[in-house]
Ligand binder design. Structure first.
Ligand code: PLP
Length: 382
């Protein structure tokens, strides 16, 4: 814990040689082995079988634990695998309160498998503490938030929610994908569980899927480890290597992506065809004071609304440098149409209430030259 976050992205909490690799390898070896021989009966090399643990993956998990301030982290094959694993903690009759504009895949999982297994879900504006409190039932077990939310950038107050959650013996869970551990550590602000789609900022290169579940309480960590080895949603050694490699540059990527995003948000605001820009880094963003209390930055996700559906479609078809693709957080800038992509499975009434219309677009800003990105948007918006 003595090192700064930037250093811990590369070295975790270790002093000297990280994890003591054979031959002094500086980069983490890929232990592409399903199983590990026992030195003797009742003895272990430290790893037995790669579903349970693998040396490459264990290093990745230690780095993410270090960044999030967690007791333990499990690395899963995708973000959704992490969320599905989290859901295994609950059973028939249990109830969860969720932010109303969660990632669409989470809503799909909750409303199909979750409800199918007898769980109940209430979707509320988690920026409104009274609404959260009013949604608490005797069967409520957890509050599940994204802050900023996806894609409408609503800010929830982690410390206030954690006080409320703990008064009622609930878990506070934060999907921290949008900020990454570089800008926010929910466990340090009262959350009990942090989830990441490692596919996004952590891996950072749009080249692999991954997910993380980090926890503080040792007993909860033990339960999750058991579910993890039992259900087998583990990240492969090669993909673990890719994410370790990605995290080494997390700090420099996040800083550059944020710098680019602020310039682009400010530029978008001046465009006549752009009606509304949602970026936490803009001074008048609602909830900005709460955001600043619990983070060290604003990230690089921007949502915006254009004048007509035709403008939105034309923009998506005309961008050349920025790819029209779902996902976010990588070095390449991407633009998505939440209505048809990430939020296609969110019920129409919810989507309309949140303003996710056919004029609503979301940008994930990468590390390209900001002038090139603005010129691309400019020609596409004409
Ligand atoms: C992408 C995403 C997920 C799902 O992660 P996958 O790695 O795509 O399975 C969950 N939450 C948020 C906020 C996301 O952006």
């Amino acid at each position: 814990m003595g090192y700064d976050t930037k250093t811990r992205c590369i070295h975790g909490d270790n002093d000297g040689v990280l994890f003591d690799h054979p031959f002094g390898a500086v980069s983490t070896p890929i232990y592409q082995s399903a199983t590990f021989a026992h030195p003797g009966v009742g003895e272990t090399s430290g790893h037995n079988y790669s579903r349970e643990s693998n040396p490459t993956r264990s290093e990745l998990e230690a780095i993410v634990s270090s960044l999030e301030g967690a007791t333990d982290t499990v690395a899963t094959s995708s973000g959704m695998a992490a969320i599905a694993l989290f859901l295994e903690l609950f059973g028939r009759g249990d109830h969860l309160i969720c932010s109303e504009d969660l990632y669409g895949g989470s809503v799909r999982l909750f409303d199909t498998n979750g409800k199918g297994h007898g769980l109940g879900f209430s979707y509320v504006n988690t920026a409104d503490l009274r609404a959260v409190e009013a949604a608490i039932l005797p069967t409520t077990r957890a509050i599940f938030v994204e802050t900023p939310s996806n894609p409408t950038m609503v800010i929830s107050d982690l410390e206030a929610l954690s006080d409320l959650a703990h008064t009622h013996h609930l878990l506070l869970v934060a999907d921290n994908t949008f900020l990454s551990p570089y800008f926010c550590n929910p466990l340090r602000h009262g959350a009990d569980v942090v989830i990441h789609s490692g596919t996004k900022f952590l891996a950072g290169h749009n080249d692999t899927l991954a997910g993380f579940l980090s926890v503080k309480d040792p007993e909860l960590a033990r339960r999750i480890r058991f579910l993890y080895k039992t259900t087998g949603s583990c990240l492969s050694p090669f993909d673990s290597f890719l994410v370790i490699r990605g995290i080494k540059t997390l700090a420099v990527r996040m800083e550059r992506q944020q710098e680019n995003a602020l310039r682009i948000a400010q530029w978008l605001r001046l465009q006549p065809k752009v009606k509304r820009v949602l970026y936490v880094g803009l001074e008048d963003h609602p909830g900005r004071e709460v955001h600043e209390r619990q983070t060290t930055g604003y990230g690089s996700m921007i949502s915006f609304e254009v004048d007509t559906a035709e403008t939105a479609v034309r923009l998506l078809e005309r961008v050349r440098l920025i790819a029209f693709a779902e996902s976010l957080g990588g070095v390449e800038s991407l633009i998505t149409y939440p209505l048809l992509q990430t939020h296609g499975d969110v019920p129409t009434e919810t989507r309309e209430r949140l303003g996710i219309t056919d004029r609503f677009l979301r940008l994930s800003i990468g590390i390209e030259d900001v002038g090139d990105l603005i010129r691309d948007l400019e020609q596409a918006l004409q």
